[in-house]
Design a protein around this ligand. Structure first.
Ligand code: SF4
Ligand code: SF4
Length: 114
């Protein structure tokens, strides 16, 4: 797998997925080179936060345009909960990076727990 750890976590802006718009086609999951997307229990795409490495191949393949760079995502989508998850308990240093990422991109929604 492709877990990103430590200071490298601060390098990526990642993507926002709007699960309410997602039709569960799986296209984004197929093209992601880092296994950073999965289908959740309801068949909707979900981001794996600590796997994403910003190549953005997932964005153009989405037929309903519900994936954006974090810097370009609608506030309404960023405010939703549980469209992303972390694979593990973060270290205190990593937790700080996570909080700074939320702040920087205006992500007010929370992930599902690891
Ligand atoms: S930006 Fe790249 S690494 Fe991140 S979820 Fe999309 S395809 Fe995967
Ligand atoms: S490509 Fe779009 S519609 Fe298809 S699973 Fe991914 S987010 Fe959902």
């Amino acid at each position: 797998m492709s877990t990103v750890t430590g200071p490298e976590l601060a390098k990526y802006q990642r993507v926002v997925v709007d699960m309410d718009t997602c039709i569960g086609c799986g296209a984004c999951i197929s093209v992601c080179p880092y296994n950073a997307l999965e289908l959740n229990e309801n068949g909707k795409a979900r981001l794996i936060w600590d796997f994403c490495k910003d190549d953005f191949e997932c964005i153009p393949v989405c037929p309903v345009n519900c994936i954006w760079k974090s810097s370009e995502a609608p506030a309404e989508s960023k405010a939703k909960n549980e469209w992303y998850r972390l694979t593990r308990q973060l270290t205190p240093e990593e937790q700080k990076i996570f909080e700074e990422w939320k702040q920087k991109y205006g992500i007010t929604g929370n992930p599902i727990s690891a």
